[in-house]
Design a protein around this ligand. Structure first.
Ligand code: PXP
Length: 252
């Protein structure tokens, strides 16, 4: 992939559903948020159907698939139930993520090394269904090499630890996490994987990571939905895209 390749923005609409579910009604509608984000320049929409359905629900996924004009990235745990729903939904992509009921958000990457045997049939069945499989992993050499062996075409690098360190001013940790991401993106790209990144990104961290030409897509949700409260979702998407474009240009 050339350094000047475009960088896609996938907008995660989970937290529109979180807000809706707080009152148990139909508003705000995550599908409406997806349509506004696309209108403002999002390249795709991401949504996570969790086992406990705490935000996105089955009907949201079905409506997203039916109503949006851009690719749908269906995040899910590797379970039989989710596999059945995702294959029936036929999204553009499935991103396999780890999931624990008690967690506030997806806290770490998938352990594709430890779970190699369990994950192999999921990757194979999604590949067979013509769905682009992505594995959400930490930027570690062993994980990346195993992702390539599993024949997943895409990895998404978990940026949460880096973003937390940046936001909390932990400079040494931020630097070491950044180096891990830079090395991981280069390794994954040389292994023939398409590289995405996400979790915890804001304008500043998205601008910085956009400088890595190996990265083809950023998936961003929580920060953007918070910003949208103040400036609107369309404006948030436009400002985020501008930050990503500045970063990409700075990376050459
Ligand atoms: N990518 C993946 C695989 C995720 O699980 C999440 C969180 O749902 C995101 C990206 C977006 O993270 P955030 O909401 O912190 O921007």
């Amino acid at each position: 992939m050339s350094k000047a390749s475009p960088l896609r923005l996938g907008v995660n609409v989970d937290h529109v559903a979180t807000l809706r579910n707080a009152r148990g009604g139909a508003r705000p509608d995550p599908v409406r948020a997806a349509l506004v984000a696309i209108e403002a320049g999002a390249d795709g929409i991401t949504a996570h159907l969790r086992e406990d359905r705490r935000h996105i629900r089955d009907n949201d996924m079905a409506r997203l698939k039916a109503e949006i004009s851009r690719p749908l990235n269906f995040e899910m745990a590797a379970t039989e139930d989710m596999l059945r729903i995702s294959i029936a939904t036929k999204p553009h992509a499935v991103c396999l993520v780890p999931e624990r009921r008690e967690e506030l958000t997806t806290e770490g990457g998938l352990d594709v090394v430890g779970q190699h045997n369990a994950l192999t049939p999921y990757v194979a069945r999604l590949n067979d269904a013509g769905i682009r499989v992505s594995l959400f992993i930490a930027a570690d050499t062993a994980q990346i090499e195993m992702a390539a062996k599993l024949r997943a075409p895409v990895i998404e690098i978990h940026t949460g630890a880096w973003c937390d360190a940046v936001v909390n001013g932990h400079l040494d940790k931020a630097e070491s996490e950044w180096k891990r991401i830079v090395a991981g993106a280069a390794l994954a790209c040389s292994a023939g994987l398409e590289v995405h990144a996400g979790h915890g990104l804001d304008y500043a961290t998205a601008e910085k990571i956009a400088s890595l030409g190996e990265i083809a897509e950023l998936n961003i949700g929580y920060f953007m939905m918070g910003e949208a409260l103040f400036v609107g979702l369309g404006e948030t998407v436009r400002v985020m895209r501008a930050a990503m474009e500045r970063g990409r240009k700075a990376g050459g």
